[in-house]
Design a protein around this ligand. Sequence first.
Ligand code: SAM
Length: 350
Amino acid sequence: MEFVKNFLTGIEANYSVNPWIFVIIYILSIVPCWMSIYFIIKYSAKRNIGGLILWIIILIFFLYTPYIYVYYFGENIPKSVHLYIILIILITSALSIVNLFHKGKIKNSSRFWNIYATVYDSISSLLPYQQVLDDIINKIKENNQTNIKLLDAGCGTGNFEKKYIDRCNGNDSIFAIDNSTTMLRRANRKLKISPCVNFKRVNLNDHLDFNTEQFNVIVSNNVLYDIDNPLSFLNECKKVLTTNGIIVLSTPHDENKVLPVLIEHFKIINEKKLIKKIILYLNFLLNAIPLLIVSFMNLYITIGSVTNKHKFFKKTEITELFNLAGFNIVDISRVYADQNWLIVAKKKNI
Ligand SMILES: C[S@@+](CC[C@H](N)C(=O)[O-])C[C@H]1O[C@@H](n2cnc3c(N)ncnc32)[C@H](O)[C@@H]1O
């Protein structure tokens, strides 16, 4: 007891902060620290330097978390914290250089998505995300497609399929494709006994190896920005889409931000009845740490938009793109707390 008391008094005296808040933050950061250590060991064994760099950064961030509180509300940040930061820069720079020499330019985005897959499903706890999936399904319904042959380009962990599956009739079928093996593994696990869904590993930067006009519906949510050549991807979609088929695609616009999605999430929660509200708040808390990691990953994607690796489109650009690929846009609106375009398009009649 005496030790704890001395520890708390020491924190208060040294950093002029509330020692209890410091200790709570410290305790909360223990689990993600161990999780990071687990992934560091895993990626070291696999010699996956990209994953290793990411988890080292995450580990050092969580080691540093209690001092963020001191930084903003107290004083006398310990010298070791500055050492952490220098350490981060040195380790990640060294590993990045090794990576460049070993593998050439880091181009294999499936590695990034394999790491993202480990925390991706926390996004499905966000109500605006669920809303986008509903919006896509509504667009399919509005267009009265029957005998659905659907292609989900970039299916991730199969959240769309999970939502859509109940609507599948006897002859309907879904081809859900993605380039990330980890995403696909999770999707397969989620939809174990669904005869109408087929998952397949496909790189959307390549030609789509399906029959001409094989699908009457193509959906793609939050994928286009990561495709090397969006125009040739849309051309491929056109090739495998039937004459009267539709493509329903959602992708972030050029001014998208992360915060509005969270604000919208809490706005929707607050409109719910008390019990539902409590469940949703608890669910958010359970997902808080993976969601924090997700925001790191999204930061990487946003940085990629500056270097042009990822593309966020203005309205004129996306309409031009569909037009060039030979589509007529039937409808374009904003979804996902106003952060994404939702485009419904059909093939032009030649
Ligand atoms: C943000 S996730 C969206 C997943 C899913 N559509 C959803 O709504 O949850 C982006 C997905 O696109 C996939 N992806 C990115 N580039 C790809 C490519 N070139 N070929 C195939 N899949 C790709 C990633 O593996 C990832 O699963």
